[in-house]
Design a protein around this ligand. Structure first.
Ligand code: NAD
Length: 442
């Protein structure tokens, strides 16, 4: 199959590279010239484990190419995937579909023959209908079939997720165009379902909603355990044991029950908000998700206060002004360089607002963080960040922070205080190295 991917970001690039690895002929398009230039030079514009090798081998095999010229990519394609961003619209929280519709118009103008257009971007219910109308209005002479194929990969494990997905969801309409589209999609995903990945054919609106329901459910699970963590602190229980105690029940499951600083990232915050907007538009409220969004927003700010409290802020008149905090981990999760809506941003801002100097180290996120947090002191490793600090806060659980030399860390600091917002340490180990230890829900 000849596939064109519009948008070569975290999703488009990984999906394109994986499809080419299955043997398809893939063209990845992006309007960002810098991105395409680096890809052509063999440099990855994002950090994703395994991606550079996957791209290099498929480029060498002649199955994967990069271009800024959308028309060139679309002209020969059997299927065109839209994988552009759908951020929150400024001001109201609806998904901003301007990139999706701009790409749709360009696809319509460039089409030369019947085409399957697939929305891989996360888009609100009904977007497929609007994409279809736009295509038809722009080019009445071409037969388009519009399919929803939401993506469930996780940054940091994106290639494994794409190649061994829990499920593939394909939403299309019941029509002859729909049947043609399902055939093309079956062909594209054949290597996966031959490998026994479940493939679900649904209506298009159902597929669109499935993606939002999945993200909202996961965000709910995280937020649930975060509130239980607060309750654990209040009553003297241990959230790690509670999470294990409930998670071993198969009906609940152990994943996404790690208490922490609140969910962030490029998907959950914007997708939960967009789901609220869809629910409002259709007058069918999702009150649980409303609570999740509110609780999570409050939590990010509360984490800033938690670090300030560990510095003595507000207790016995203690003031943190002029003190120094080292933040370890800035990206919204490990194994990515993605800083979008990372909890570290709210925490760093709360600290700076209180007059605290913030030093930081992240294995892959420093460049993106520097642009978002003016005044941040960027360090070369955890020990350099901790130099002279009054507290160290672990914000993202990169592996490199799991086995810190605690004696060395304590010696580097002005005052050995460790705020472990990811609960990766045992209290006894940390305290025996002379630290005051502050964790979550324990
Ligand atoms: P991204 O910002 O990393 O990439 C989007 C790319 O599209 C950018 O490089 C941009 O330059 C390009 N682009 C925008 N308009 C274009 C156009 N008209 N022509 C060509 N290129 C264009 O975004 P992402 O993280 O890859 O997310 C893409 C979509 O996938 C979003 O809807 C997101 O919600 C969804 N999604 C993301 C993830 C994730 O983990 N990042 C997971 C599942 C789903």
């Amino acid at each position: 199959m000849r596939i064109t991917m519009i948008g070569s970001g975290y999703v488009g690039l990984v999906s394109g590279a994986c499809f080419s690895d299955f043997g398809h002929q893939v063209t990845c398009v992006d309007k960002d010239e810098g991105k395409i230039e680096s890809l052509r030079a063999g440099r990855m514009p994002i950090f994703e484990p395994g991606l550079a090798q996957l791209v290099a081998s498929n480029v060498a095999a002649g199955r994967l190419t990069f271009t800024t010229n959308l028309a060139e990519g679309v002209a020969q394609a059997d299927a065109v995937f839209i994988a552009v961003g759908t951020p929150s619209r400024r001001g109201d929280g609806h998904a901003d579909l301007s990139y999706v519709f701009a790409a749709t118009r360009e696809i319509a103008e460039a089409a030369t023959r019947p085409l399957v257009v697939v929305t891989k971007s996360t888009v609100p219910v009904g977007t497929g209908d609007r994409v279809e109308t736009l295509l038809r209005e722009t080019r009445g002479d071409i037969a388009f079939s519009v399919v929803s194929n939401p993506e469930f990969l996780r940054e940091g494990a994106a290639i494994a997720d794409f190649k061994r997905p829990d499920r593939i969801v394909i939403g299309s309409e019941e029509s002859s165009d729909g049947e043609r589209a399902r055939e093309v999609m079956r062909e594209i995903y054949r290597p996966l379902y031959l490998n026994e990945s479940p493939i679900l054919f649904t209506g298009r609106r159902t597929a669109e909603l499935t993606k939002y329901a999945a993200n909202a459910f996961l965000a709910t699970k995280i937020t649930f355990i975060n509130e239980v963590a607060d309750l654990c602190e209040a009553v003297g229980a241990d959230v790690k044991d509670v999470a294990r105690g409930i998670g071993l029940d198969n009906r609940i499951g152990r994943k996404f029950l790690h208490a922490g600083p609140g969910y962030g990232g490029s998907c959950f915050p914007k997708d939960t908000l967009a789901l609220l907007k869809t629910a409002e538009d259709f007058e069918s409220p999702v009150r649980i998700v409303e609570a999740v969004v509110q609780v999570n927003d409050n939590r990010k700010r509360a984490m800033g206060r938690k670090v300030l409290k560990a510095l003595g802020h507000g207790e016995d008149g203690g003031d943190s002004r002029g003190k120094t905090v080292a933040l370890l981990g800035l990206t919204f999760k490990p194994n990515t360089d993605d800083m979008r809506d990372a909890p570290s941003l709210a925490i760093a801002m709360a600290l700076t607002d209180a007059g605290v100097h913030v030093r930081a180290y992240d294995p892959e996120g420093m460049a993106a963080a520097e642009a978002l947090l003016p005044g941040l002191v960027c360090c070369a490793d955890a020990y350099e960040a901790a130099a002279g600090a009054d507290a160290v806060a672990i914000v993202t659980e990169w592996d490199v922070f799991r086995a810190l030399d605690l004696d060395r860390l304590a010696k580097a600091m002005a005052r050995p205080v460790l705020v472990d917002l990811r609960n990766i340490y045992h209290r006894a180990d940390v305290e025996s190295a002379g630290f005051t230890y502050v964790a979550i829900g324990r």
